[in-house]
Design a protein around this ligand. Structure first.
Ligand SMILES: Cc1cc2nc3c(=O)[nH]c(=O)nc-3n(C[C@H](O)[C@H](O)[C@H](O)COP(=O)(O)O)c2cc1C
Length: 405
């Protein structure tokens, strides 16, 4: 029932007339298998209409008209599908090579396999096919410029790797040192797919070098994950200022962003149930900085929780609370008017939550008494290490304050 398809994977498909200029790759001497095509007439009989468009409406009925899909429509439909962005890299006779791709997909868990579709006319296609190995670097939200560069959109850049830090995988392929994650692959199959080839790679190595949210591509635009609001926020009322090891003081100081994120990551690695980010009592945090820190901090802390203690004395407090919610935070410290404590007034946050249709729970309702907020302490066996991390961070804040003076 099955016959082996052509050994060449640069061929035009049956549906495409071909231009006569398709690339023929060198006959692979590598141990990967090519596609098999089904020839059973029961399965390959007359094909159903391929493209139906309900665009003619008459007297309450929708007529389905068969139309050949034109490339503009096809492209605009594909543009509605959001994807991540990766750089596919390989090694050729002239050194390392890489291209931007959004056609990455996971294929199999056991054995671990992934796929990527490359245009048959591309130099990357020829190089990857000849090398029989490739690597995938997933791009982070701050790497759109790398996506553009490896798509050949920066005309003045001839060496796509110039100025970037990259390392060599065990398979000998380059990967970006600050990719969100990378995979090292050997080509296991190459299937013809119209004017592209579907390369299926067996994954032989993997790493997650940098924790940051991913870069997305949608409608020909680079983007980031949208931010749904939490369904419910949890409020700790009139908790005294936290001074225990699981709290990160002055967490939104832009000059200490790297230190703050690093400390949060290390506290999370200790397994603390909750980490508290505290806004400075003297300097109002900018919403942009709150966003930068929390968006990445939430990812580092997962599956545990991040709590935010904002300073209610500045006019940005509610904006920052909204930004925190949009960044994935759902736990806040709040204060009542007669507590004498500095912090985000509970009435303000409840009003905001009501307007946003976000439910709330006071911590007493969630099994923790409001006063118990002070008891959010790391497990005893983690305390010395958490204390050390926190005092390092406090020291870095003191050093910075002295530098500023
Ligand atoms: C966001 C984005 C995603 C892309 N995805 C793919 C893809 O999956 N497959 C492909 O063949 N080309 C894709 N391209 C186009 C290639 O990156 C581009 O043609 C590149 O120049 C190929 O490199 P090369 O000419 O060195 O082979 C994509 C481009 C962009 C901007």
């Amino acid at each position: 029932m099955w016959t082996t398809a052509s050994k060449r994977f640069g061929l035009a498909s049956r549906n495409s007339p071909g231009t006569g200029t398709e690339q023929t790759l060198p006959k692979p001497s590598l141990p990967f298998r090519t596609a098999k095509r089904c020839t059973d007439p029961a399965l390959t009989g007359p094909r159903p209409p391929r493209y139906l468009r309900g665009n003619a409406v008459s007297q309450g009925e929708t007529e389905l008209v068969e139309v050949p899909v034109d490339s503009t429509t096809f492209r605009s439909v594909l543009g509605q599908w959001p994807s991540g962005v990766c750089v596919v890299t390989t090694i050729g006779p002239h050194g390392v090579h890489g291209m931007t791709a959004s056609s990455f997909s996971s294929v199999s868990l056991d054995p671990p396999m992934v796929s990527v579709c490359l245009g048959n006319h591309l130099p990357s296609h020829a190089l990857l096919g000849a090398a029989g190995r490739f690597a995938i670097s997933f791009l982070g939200k701050d790497q759109a410029h790398i996506g553009r560069r490896f798509a050949g959109q920066d005309r003045e850049i001839t060496d796509r790797f110039a100025g970037l830090e990259w390392i060599t995988t065990p398979n000998g392929c380059p990967v970006l040192a600050d990719a969100v994650a990378w995979l090292d692959c050997r080509v296991a199959h190459a299937y013809p797919g119209g004017d592209h080839t579907i390369f299926v790679g067996e994954v032989t190595g993997a790493a997650t070098p940098r924790v940051i949210s991913p870069l997305l591509f949608h409608s020909r635009n680079w983007g980031q994950l949208a931010d749904p609001l939490p369904a419910t926020i949890r409020l700790a009322v009139d908790a005294p200022p936290p001074d225990h090891a699981g709290c990160v003081p002055d967490a939104f100081d832009p000059d200490r962003e790297d230190d703050v994120l690093d400390t949060i990551g290390r506290l999370a690695a200790l397994g603390l149930d909750e980490i508290v980010c505290v806004e400075s009592e003297t300097t109002a945090a900018s919403p942009l900085q709150v966003r930068r820190v929390l968006q990445d901090a939430v990812v580092r802390v997962r599956p545990n929780h991040l709590r935010v203690r904002l300073n209610g004395r500045n006019r940005l407090a509610l904006v920052n609370a909204l930004v925190a919610m949009k960044s994935g935070v759902s736990r806040f410290d709040v204060v009542t008017a007669d507590s004498g404590l500095a912090g985000l007034p509970i009435d303000d946050l409840l009003h905001l939550a009501h307007q946003l249709e976000v439910d709330h729970q006071l911590e007493a309702e969630t099994g923790r008494s409001p006063g118990a907020a002070a008891g959010r302490r790391p497990e005893a066996h983690h305390r010395p290490e958490a204390d050390r991390l926190r005092s390092e961070l406090v020291q870095s804040r003191t050093d910075l304050a002295q530098l500023r003076e």
